[in-house]
Design a protein around this ligand. Structure first.
Ligand SMILES: C[S@@+](CC[C@H](N)C(=O)[O-])C[C@H]1O[C@@H](n2cnc3c(N)ncnc32)[C@H](O)[C@@H]1O
Length: 239
């Protein structure tokens, strides 16, 4: 799948995640060699430090981030793929974790302005049809003083970068085809990572949206990056 052919229309992305939902967790563990659990734990650790009352986890998928934050704050997970949300619901019931789950497009959230203390999103924003618009929507629902935490794949600097790029183009499509029956979805993975904004661009966008204390912390040598920003301003009248 060539970079310019990436189709990020909501209908395509929603359909793709719906098709792989039944194997999504297994493939995460296999393809990251189990590291994905630790990456999400970094979000949970940061949220615990912040001690919020209300957390919204956007692009919640099968619920691993949202479930990792409960019990504690009131947590709602939002995603536009019903098969992914059904998996999250099953896990919440099995683990006896009380979280809210709602079907929603991250670019048009059904939440009031300034209504949550922390917004988290793991491996979601690179799928947004319009990255800046999506991030602006996440900032809209954040209360002043609230924190946005974005975990996303990135491209490591140095020799690890090309090596990982080669691995990502070769391995996930084949393993994805074998385990989920959907080669295309796992060819989308390296293509979407390869064309995603670098840390400098991401931090620039977050600053531009009025966030302060913007940070980008590379994890596992830069395989992914945890971005953070604090909403400093109130929404102006008429905005
Ligand atoms: C790679 S999965 C990540 C799931 C989960 N956050 C995790 O850490 O495993 C991306 C998820 O984002 C959802 N998604 C992508 N774009 C979205 C959008 N615009 N609105 C809502 N959900 C979206 C997909 O349905 C999918 O469940």
């Amino acid at each position: 799948m060539r970079r310019e052919l990436l189709d990020k229309r909501s209908v395509e992305i929603r359909g793709m995640f719906g098709r792989i939902a039944h194997r999504y967790d297994l493939l995460n563990r296999v393809l990251s060699l189990g590291r994905d659990v630790g990456w999400r734990r970094e979000i949970a650790r940061r949220v615990a430090e912040l001690g919020p009352r209300r957390v919204l986890d956007v692009c919640a998928g099968t619920g691993d981030v949202a479930l990792g934050l409960a019990p504690g704050p009131t947590v709602v997970g939002a995603d536009f793929s019903l098969p992914m949300l059904a998996r999250a619901r099953g896990k919440a019931i099995r683990r006896r974790r009380a979280i809210g789950l709602t079907a929603a497009d991250a670019l048009l959230l059904p939440f009031a302005d300034e209504s949550v203390d922390v917004v988290t999103v793991a491996f979601g924003v690179r799928n947004f049809e319009d990255l800046e618009r999506g991030l602006a929507e996440l900032v809209r629902v954040l209360a002043p003083g609230g924190t946005l935490l974005v975990l996303e794949f990135s491209r490591p600097a140095g020799p690890l970068g090309p090596l990982l790029g080669w691995w990502a183009r070769a391995v996930p499509p084949t393993v994805g085809r074998i385990l989920s029956g959907d080669r295309e979805a796992y060819a989308y993975l390296p293509a979407s990572v390869g064309s995603f904004a670098d840390a400098r661009t991401m931090c620039g966008i977050l600053h531009g949206l009025g966030l302060g204390e913007v940070e980008a912390r590379p994890l596992t040598g830069g395989v992914c990056t945890l971005y953070q920003g604090v909403r400093t301003n109130r929404r102006k009248e008429g905005e």
